[in-house]
Design a protein around this ligand. Structure first.
Ligand SMILES: CC(C)(COP(=O)(O)OP(=O)(O)OC[C@H]1O[C@@H](n2cnc3c(N)ncnc32)[C@H](O)[C@@H]1OP(=O)(O)O)[C@@H](O)C(=O)NCCC(=O)NCCS
Length: 160
């Protein structure tokens, strides 16, 4: 991809993400996020002021029935532009983030590049997720640690 094309794509995504933050209807927010390149399943809720990585938005995959509460951050790349020794130690990289069916990412949580949130997993408010979360597990804290397995066998699901 040429520099000009990459810049245009980035600017487009920046504008669209600001638009989504001010959009009052969830269905319209989802449409905007899809236009930004994200893969989003059915029956998904995304709250206000969620920051999706505008550099590699296409690496974000969200399954069916997922909730992402307000002010979460989903990052798909890391990089420092400064030519420092830190850049040698931590070279830039990008990696997908996948949120599987039925998972709930609570308000203010941060998902780092490369993580997968398993089916029906629950990421508590303010957690920073640095590694994969197993299905039906509650994680919390910085860095996020497993708090407990969730027994959902008796939980009722209303037909949608
Ligand atoms: C994840 C959440 C739903 C769990 O609720 P809960 O009723 O505390 O759940 P549990 O009782 O099963 O909690 C289990 C343990 O995790 C701890 N815990 C819960 N949330 C935590 C958090 N954000 N950070 C650290 N620990 C947390 C609890 O204190 C409890 O610890 P304990 O066993 O030592 O008492 C809730 O804490 C949360 O994050 N809610 C945010 C809701 C939200 O995003 N709202 C925005 C609008 S949708």
């Amino acid at each position: 991809m040429t520099f000009r094309r990459a810049l245009t794509l980035f600017m487009r995504r920046m504008v669209l993400s600001r638009l989504a933050n001010w959009c009052p209807f969830v269905s319209m927010r989802l449409t905007i996020y899809r236009l930004m390149g994200m893969t989003i399943g059915r029956d998904v809720y995304i709250g206000f002021h969620v920051e999706f990585d505008t550099n590699f938005t296409e690496l974000i995959r969200i399954g069916d029935g997922v909730t992402i509460s307000h002010r979460c951050i989903i990052a798909t790349h890391m990089a420092t532009d400064a030519n420092t020794r830190l850049r040698q130690l931590y070279p830039g990289r990008s990696a997908p983030v996948e949120i599987q069916d039925g998972a709930w990412i609570c308000t203010g949580a941060v998902l780092l590049p490369g993580v997968t949130i398993g089916r029906e997993a629950l990421v508590a408010a303010g957690a920073v997720v640095t590694s994969d979360v197993a299905p039906r597990t509650l994680v919390a804290g910085v860095p996020a640690r497993s708090i407990k397995s969730l027994d959902l066998s008796d939980a009722a699901v209303s037909a949608g």
